[in-house]
Design a protein around this ligand. Structure first.
Ligand code: B1N
Length: 840
């Protein structure tokens, strides 16, 4: 530890230049030139656009660092309670523009780069986004980091620094092709490696008992392998506040000593192998939006980042001078699904084995520290690990889980005497055949709070997958409906609408989205509606221009932009959307003079590389597009576009341009959805089922302003209980039959009847997601949409009301609820100390 005098001496030896903190466009321009020269080692004659991007990024980072250091200092000194968000995935999107918005220096930086003869938009376009997640769950973590910083809540987001994020998607001959995402290739200006804070993570080996000095029974874990975790920190700015939080991502490396060990016995190549094995750990994100059962590397990734993070937290706690026993008073740890649920056993191991606490004390701390968010009801998505695999990788954790389970079941047994079924259902171990560890059960038992992510989802959790836990501990359950940040999903992506809205109601909505309700009365103002329409039309034109430039397709900006953008999955039913397209197509073919409003169907989304049916759905969309887009009989009334590589960056052009948002999952399957909120916020109307957060969005905007169709989740359960026969719908509905038959006939596949056979068979034989049962209701509803769009003025009014009433779906609201109901944390404001003050 350094003495205060020594610290003052260090401060005296350097000082912070104004060029690193100043916010005027002149200072920024100078700083950018300086960074180009001294960081990129370039001068204008040879600098690439990417060099300029790096120079601007470092310039903005300097401004962040000042706030970040003050944030870290404040939390150190004030002994505040900190939220630790544990997530295997983060999808923050490009950082630069978001930081410009949050720091309030967009215009100044624009002026600075323009004065140097450059264009800010093309500089921003240089950034490679960190695709460290699959979809909604990873993006939610990023929205929550934004809101935590904006609300000035002390927080750290822990995760994995994958070297390869989610693959880039290309479409070749209508099929998805996966390209590896080398996002770090040109360097990452937003991260700071902290090798001095490396931690060790153990794997494999065995355990042995021993007796400690007090004569207490203890267990030692002798691992087979040790891996180092190196933290890489990324500053996360809040909107117009000084608070700048940390996203700390861990990279796996081989420990040097381990190399030397092998080296000493002469096994140089063995040492190199061990190094490669260690570094494989954080090499790649699993591109699956549901868990991959039984993949050892995935369990290694989970344990690796969780162990690194918990060790780091305990170290921070002790460094602040606090006793280990008060850990849960200073930190609350949120589990983003079960991916980090091993943390429950790891904290117990650290407290009991390393810090020598008694079991019960350690358990109290653990339960009070952890909280668990469930994100899915799909039974195949509930994580379990084969006991053998688990035990060979984490032998000590297996023992700890057995102990937790035994004590838990002892308690349960008293409550449910003579009910062995109940015990078997609650157990952390799934018996029968081969034994497995149920990670959701571990998360439930080890947490003081359990939440679902939308009202329906939480209710279904309570009566379904987690029913036995709900019966046992009803007080642990809460709903926290998801939200999205209006900074990225409105201010950043839709400057035109932002300006129009702000001109009318001021800018308080940016941090209090409920203030959107002031737009209600403006929905009645014809002049305002006209301006609104003009904005929407301009934004649609932007997307049309982009698609023209990238795909050579000409779109009609006055057509309905009908958009479904999300991961491709059977339960999300992109193929139901396709059945509607084919139905419209057939109608026009039968009656060429039919008056239908022109529509542009836009799709975007990635399929998991191993999910054949999802990949076939992509091929179906592109194949239908190929036929429909070029059929002269259609007279450009229908266009079908598949936008490749749906990621945060590309999504930002999509949400603002939508007239219609497709949220058509089978009721009871989508936990929440968050794209639904982004579309609505940008003035799209929704066509949707009573699923996930759609239900609450419909309640908020009111039924008249939402296109509802389909069976409810209860209907779906009943339908299946009665023995659902999809063929009946096919046989009794001519339009449906015609659409499916057309696919089966090879019409969209150059006569190849085999191509879509698996998809057709799945629909006719099983149809687990009930497309056929919802088909007619969907078509009728789409016909209403078509009708409604003819009356542009009423449509616009409805769109304005959607925006006016969407305020509840801000991630700020969600984070306030987590703070109040689960975390028990308060805001801490950050004051920027001038350097001179910092000395005192
Ligand atoms: O989490 C989102 C929800 O809005 C979506 O409805 C939900 O589908 C999504 C395993 C998942 N649930 N589960 C995952 C992701 C990666 C993985 O390896 C599961 N993603 C969701 C936010 O609450």
């Amino acid at each position: 530890e350094l003495s205060p005098e020594h610290i003052t001496e260090i401060y005296d030896s350097f000082h912070i230049e104004d060029d690193r903190t100043g916010l005027s466009s002149e200072t920024l321009q100078r700083a950018i030139a300086d960074n180009l020269y001294y960081i990129q080692g370039k001068f204008p004659e040879i600098a690439t656009l990417y060099d300029y991007y790096m120079a601007v990024a470092y310039t903005v980072r300097d401004r962040l660092l000042h706030r970040w250091i003050n944030t870290v200092k404040t939390y150190r000194e004030q002994d505040v309670k900190v939220v630790c968000y544990l997530s295997a995935e983060y999808l923050p999107g490009p950082h630069l523009e978001n930081n410009l918005v949050n720091l309030g220096i967009y215009d100044q930086v624009q002026q600075a780069v323009e004065s140097s003869g450059l264009d800010l938009r093309s500089i921003l376009a240089q950034e490679e986004e960190p695709g460290l997640g699959n979809g909604g769950l990873g993006r939610l973590a990023a929205c929550y980091m934004d809101s935590l910083a904006t609300l000035e809540i002390p927080a750290i987001g822990y995760g994995i620094r994958y070297e390869y994020g989610i693959f880039d998607q290309e479409i070749r001959e209508g099929w998805q092709v996966e390209i590896t995402d080398k996002w770090l290739r040109l360097g990452n200006p937003w991260e700071i490696p902290r090798p001095e804070n490396a931690v060790e993570v153990k794997f494999g080996g065995y355990t042995e008992p021993y007796t400690d000095d007090q004569g207490d029974y203890r267990v030692r874990w002798i691992p087979h392998q040790v891996v180092n975790g190196i933290p890489y920190d990324t500053p996360i700015s809040g909107y117009r506040v000084n608070t700048t939080s940390t996203m700390r991502l861990w990279k796996a490396e081989a420990p040097e000593s381990f190399d030397f060990q092998a080296f000493n016995v002469g096994d140089y190549y063995g040492a190199v192998d061990a190094k490669i094995i260690s570094e494989n750990l954080t090499k790649v994100l699993y591109p699956n939006d549901e868990p991959i059962q039984g993949k050892q590397l995935r369990l290694e990734q989970q344990y690796f980042f969780v162990s690194c993070s918990l060790q780091n937290l305990l170290k921070i706690h002790l460094l602040r001078g606090d006793p280990i026993e008060t850990f849960h008073e200073k930190f609350v740890i949120q589990l983003n699904d079960t991916h980090p649920a091993i943390g429950v056993a790891e904290l117990m191991r650290l407290l009991v084995d390393e810090y020598l606490l008694h079991w019960q004390k350690a358990w109290d701390i653990t339960q009070q520290a952890f909280a668990y968010t469930n994100h899915t009801l799909l039974p195949e998505a509930l994580e379990t690990w084969p006991l053998n695999l688990f035990g060979s990788l984490l032998p000590r954790h297996l023992e700890i889980i057995y102990e937790i389970n035994q004590r838990f079941l002892d308690q349960v047994r008293l409550k449910y005497l003579g009910n062995p079924d109940k015990l078997a259902r609650l157990s952390l171990i799934e018996e029968g055949g081969s034994k497995r560890i149920r990670m959701a059960h571990l998360a439930c038992v080890g947490s003081h709070a359990i939440n679902g992510v939308a009202a329906l989802h939480t209710e279904l959790l309570k009566e379904g997958v987690l029913k036995d836990f709900y019966d046992l501990w009803p007080h642990k359950f809460t709903n926290i409906t998801n939200g999205v940040t209006p900074r990225r999903w409105m201010v950043l992506i839709n400057p035109r609408l932002t300006q129009l809205i702000t001109r009318e109601i001021g800018e308080t909505w940016i941090t209090q989205l409920e203030d959107f309700k002031r737009l209600e009365s403006l929905a009645e103002d014809p002049a305002f509606r006209q301006e609104w329409r003009r904005v929407k039309r301009a934004v649609k034109q932007d997307l049309a221009d982009y698609i023209q430039a990238h795909q050579g397709l000409t779109l009609n900006p006055d057509s309905i932009f009908d958009i479904q953008a999300k991961r491709i999955h059977e339960y999300k039913r992109q193929h139901l959307n396709v059945l509607h397209i084919i139905t419209l197509y057939n109608r026009i073919k039968h009656n060429p003079r039919l008056a239908v409003p022109p529509r542009t169907f836009i799709f975007g989304g990635k399929a998991a590389p191993g999910y054949q049916m999802a990949k076939l759905i992509i091929k179906l969309i592109t194949s239908v597009g190929e036929v429909v887009n070029h059929d002269p009989d259609i007279c450009d009334l229908i266009k079908v576009v598949f936008l490749p590589d749906f990621n945060v960056t590309n999504s930002q052009r999509i949400y603002p341009a939508a007239d219609l948002s497709e949220q058509i999952s089978t009721a009871g399957k989508e936990a929440s959805g968050t794209g639904n909120m982004k579309f609505s916020m940008n003035g799209a109307l929704t066509i949707g089922t009573l699923d996930g957060a759609n239900i609450e969005i419909r309640e908020a905007v009111e039924a008249d302003n939402f296109f509802l169709f389909g069976h409810t989740s209860e209907d779906i359960v009943d339908l299946k209980a009665q023995g659902y026969v999809p063929k009946t719908f096919y046989n009794t509905n001519p339009a449906l039959k015609e659409a499916i038959d057309l696919i089966a006939s090879g019409y969209f596949s150059h006569g190849n009847r085999a191509l879509f056979q698996p998809l057709v068979d799945q629909l006719l034989q099983a149809d687990p997601y009930c497309l056929l049962a919802d088909y007619q209701s969907y078509i009728d509803c789409q016909d209403q949409v078509g009708q409604a769009f003819q009356d542009q003025d009423t449509w616009t009014k409805t769109a304005i009301l959607n925006v006016a009433r969407i305020g509840r779906f801000s991630s700020d609201r969600a984070i306030r609820e987590y703070c109040r109901e689960i975390w028990w944390v308060n805001p801490v404001s950050i004051h920027l100390e001038e350097y001179q003050q910092a000395k005192a």
